[in-house]
Design a protein around this ligand. Structure first.
Ligand SMILES: Cc1cc2nc3c(=O)[nH]c(=O)nc-3n(C[C@H](O)[C@H](O)[C@H](O)COP(=O)(O)OP(=O)(O)OC[C@H]3O[C@@H](n4cnc5c(N)ncnc54)[C@H](O)[C@@H]3O)c2cc1C
Length: 498
């Protein structure tokens, strides 16, 4: 981060002539993280002002399906007969993380049941029901679903698997995030949180070694807002900033990037300008799901050499990111007649049926594969599947069946041909209390970050589980609000800014 960016994003308090408003805690962004930070800071007795650059409800949370990744024995897990514990949940998250932050993972898992209860107490509805099929998002209001790699090898041997995706009770594949956000916004405003709408924060104000406020632009006017205790950045990711995407996570340049229109990474840049560091900026969430229907998991994914490269029962972003790593991005889903179906999202993802073939030799010719390559893969796969085994990738036995019922079909899942969608996962390095940390791991006084502008549980596509983004945005958003509000009582404290 150059001097120019620091100059643009950091203003000295001595330069501020007039403060337009003041609050104990200033929250920037009214998505999942911001709403939870605001509610919790207010519950601690702090005055809270949220600055939101839209009229509200336009961030990525509003586009989210509505999964929260929670466990350790939530009321839903217990009602549906699933045993889980904070220890097993933590074991899984540590195993699957790119760079596990044990303190944060343990805080998240140990606080998970309380957090579920808190979300429900705000009014977010969750049914006591279980959706048993492998799917991207359950179509109805059923709550509990498997949304990660808990049953995928090697994780099923490293931690006792349990389903932890909790969907907001909402009919349909989209809208659960928007419903949850509407409820949280009402809860925040009822608690006395004030909202400064249509205000874009573009700089932090620094004074005597602390962040003490923000600069806001609204309809051509400039305001300064003062924070007695601190500023919580909850501004979302950077997927809508093509320069940042090209610099940090170029694989997304070939994908359809989803997310709120204000995902311009400014929150991250302001945090870095204040002395913070950004982590995992090169890691996207990326997917082109080839299931449901779940029987398609019994097919195999092969690359341009006719070879498998991933356990097909992996969570869809894990198999998708593996697909992008294949030579020339060439990937095919191979099925036989007994499991043939179009992938549910084929129209959105352009996963085109290449053709049906009477024999594997014909399929090799049709796909332009070297003769004998796919045949060898299928011979080995089928021989082991008949024994309920998959020594190459350890696909779970429940998804194993020999692919011997011709004719055979191939769908084109090639990266660049099929549509892959995604968003950014990198963000500011933060403590378990959401304090923005510098390169030495010291907290920057008065500065917090949560949600997609911070780096916490969701770190990469290989280890992603649906619900970890909303889960961590709400969980660590609350911790940001609590910690910042507690500074009023003289709790906290950290090293002054240079
Ligand atoms: C299609 C889709 C479905 C998803 N489904 C799920 C799911 O089911 N479960 C899950 O865990 N994750 C899901 N995710 C990811 C998840 O939605 C996001 O990671 C999460 O909502 C981020 O929340 P946030 O509060 O950090 O950001 P946002 O919800 O994006 O909120 C940020 C807010 O800050 C405002 N803002 C930005 N910059 C400024 C500024 N400079 N000044 C003032 N305001 C500003 C924005 O307008 C916005 O309102 C999904 C993502 C997508 C794209």
């Amino acid at each position: 981060m150059g001097e120019a960016v620091r100059d643009a994003c950091i203003i000295e308090g001595s330069a501020v002539r007039e403060w337009a408003d003041v609050a104990d805690v200033l929250v920037v962004g009214f998505g999942m993280a911001g709403a939870c930070a605001a509610i919790e800071a207010r519950a601690c007795g702090a005055s809270v002002l949220v600055v939101e650059c839209s009229g509200g409800g336009t961030g990525t949370t509003a586009a989210a399906s509505g999964h929260f990744y929670l466990g350790g024995g939530t009321p839903v897990q217990r009602a549906c007969g699933f045993e889980d514990s904070a220890q097993e949940m933590a074991r899984y998250l540590e195993a699957v993380a790119l760079e596990p932050d044990r303190d944060k993972i343990h805080a998240y898992c140990e606080g998970s049941v309380e957090h579920f209860n808190w979300l429900e107490a705000q009014g977010i509805p969750f049914e006591r029901s279980y959706y048993p099929h492998k799917n991207v998002i359950q179509p109805g209001k059923e709550c509990l679903i498997w949304t990660g790699n808990e049953e995928v090898w090697p994780y099923r041997e490293m931690a006792k698997p349990a389903p932890r995706g909790h969907k907001v009770a909402f009919d349909g594949e989209e809208g659960g995030g928007a419903l949850a956000l509407r409820i949280l916004a009402q809860s925040a405003e009822a608690a006395g949180v004030r909202v400064f709408a249509y205000g874009k924060v573009d700089a932090l104000v620094h004074e005597h070694g602390r962040i003490v406020g923000v600069r806001v632009r609204r309809f051509g006017e400039t305001f300064f807002l003062r924070a007695n205790e601190g500023v919580v950045l909850a501004t979302g990711g950077f997927g809508q900033n093509p320069e940042m995407v090209a610099e940090h996570v170029p694989v997304l340049s070939t994908a359809y990037v989803q997310g709120g229109p204000h995902d311009d990474g400014l929150g991250i840049r302001m945090g870095v300008a204040a002395g913070g560091v950004a982590l995992h900026m090169g890691q996207p969430f990326l997917t082109s799901p080839f299931y449901p229907p779940e029987d398609l998991l019994k097919g195999i994914l092969v690359n341009g050499a006719g070879q498998r490269f991933v356990a097909e029962d992996s969570y869809h972003s894990r198999s998708s990111i593996a697909a992008t790593r294949q030579p020339d991005g060439r990937v095919y889903l191979i099925v036989d007649a007994s499991i043939f179906a179009y992938p549910r999202f084929a129209e959105l993802t352009n996963q085109r049926l290449i053709d049906g073939f009477e024999t594997i030799a014909e399929m090799e010719a049709g796909l332009g594969l070297d003769a004998g390559t796919l045949q060898a893969t299928m011979d080995a796969y089928n021989a082991h599947a008949a024994q309920g085994e998959d020594p190459a990738f350890h696909k779970h036995p429940k998804w194993l069946k020999p692919l011997t019922d011709g004719p055979y079909a191939a769908f084109d899942l090639s990266f660049g041909q099929a549509v892959y969608t995604g968003f950014t996962l990198g963000g500011l390095k933060v403590s378990p209390d959401a304090q923005v940390l510098d390169a030495q791991g010291e907290a920057i006084p008065g500065l917090y970050a949560a949600g997609a502008c911070a780096s916490n549980i969701a770190q990469d596509s290989d280890g992603y589980a649906s619900g970890t983004c909303l889960g961590e945005a709400s969980f660590f958003g609350r911790r940001a609000g609590r910690h910042c509000a507690a500074l009023r009582d003289g709790v906290g404290g950290s090293k002054p800014l240079d």
